[in-house]
Design a protein around this ligand. Structure first.
Ligand SMILES: [Zn+2]
Length: 309
């Protein structure tokens, strides 16, 4: 079913490109998607202190965390070699002579797990199912874990309690969020952003499990919320993001109920748009990327609600 919809989308883009002037499709892509990923406070790097124990490093639209413990540093998600190289410079400058004791992967996705070798960690921790996915794809640059974990796991490293919270089938079934109770901080990977809409409907998202995971995290006691992309904020930002995602789903569900599943009626896309867009625009029109990502997000929500994922 997904393939049929994809084929229809690709087909309509090809038909459009044949009838449009040279480069028209490219221009649409650049005008819509590109500004989501680039701009002031997105491009470049920033290394910031969050608490005495926790720092966060941003490289372009990616963000990870560094934990300062009594036995060395803990890094969650190296992302890629370029980002790790920039982070290593910051660590050598800020914490000279202090090694990376443990590198943790939040989930298996390759954009979060490459480049770890640059940090030369003594230990590498990941969910036990990660290798199943890595084996199926080209995964050069992923440093092999030294320890696999499953389910909720508390890591006590150098006097800091790190609660790795297993989030089930949500954004892959290898996903962890990380709570630092002493610092009142929560770090999430690909779950929640600060006043920013989702990119591409959040790739690899199983919406029912994703909602359950967000609700579980919102029930925790923390003040500072650090997501793995763009800026960081406070707990209310995660609550607002959950509500935004669920508003999108609810409206998409209404649209499918009213106008049928994708592809069965003429003018359907316009009807979906009229059902979802005005309400979302009113509530979230000021968020970063609203206009740029709207079509990608509504297509994801409509297909997801029609198929049940
Ligand atoms: Zn991911």
């Amino acid at each position: 079913m997904k393939r049929i919809i994809l084929a229809l989308l690709v087909g309509s883009i090809m038909a459009f490109s044949l009838s449009a002037c040279d480069g028209a499709v490219r221009k649409i892509v650049m005008r819509t998607v590109d500004p989501y990923f680039h701009g002031p406070n997105i491009d470049g790097t920033a290394f910031e202190k969050v608490t005495d124990r926790i720092y966060t490093f941003r490289w372009n639209w990616y963000r990870n965390v560094v934990v300062v413990t009594d036995v060395g540093l803990v890094v969650i998600d190296p992302m890629n070699a370029e980002m790790s190289t920039e982070l290593k410079k910051e660590l050598d400058n800020k914490f000279p002579g202090r090694a990376v004791h443990t590198l943790i992967y939040s989930h298996y996705h390759l954009d979060h797990t490459r480049g770890g070798a640059v940090l030369a960690p003594k230990n590498v921790v990941a969910h036990e199912k990660c290798p199943v996915y890595w084996q199926a794809v080209e995964h050069d640059g992923v440093l092999e874990p030294t320890r696999y974990i499953t389910g909720d796991t508390t890591l006590d490293i150098g006097g800091v309690e790190i609660r790795a919270l297993y989030l089930g089938l949500s954004h892959t079934d290898t996903l962890y969020a990380f709570q630092f109770p002493s610092e009142r901080v929560l770090f999430t990977a690909d779950m929640g952003l600060v006043k920013t809409v989702a990119p591409d409907g959040v790739p690899d998202r199983y919406a029912p499990g994703y909602l359950a995971a967000m609700d579980r995290l919102i029930a925790l006691d923390f003040d500072t919320f650090i997501p793995s992309h763009f800026g960081f904020g406070v707990k209310q930002d995660l609550v607002d993001w959950r509500n935004m995602m669920e508003d999108g789903r609810r409206l998409a569900r209404d649209a499918v109920r009213r106008y049928g599943g994708p592809g069965v009626r003429e003018g359907q896309m316009g009807d979906y748009f009229d059902t979802v867009y005005p309400v979302m625009k009113e509530k979230y029109g000021q968020w970063h990327g609203f206009t740029e990502m709207f079509v990608l997000n509504v297509v994801r929500d409509v297909v997801g609600e029609a198929l049940g994922y």
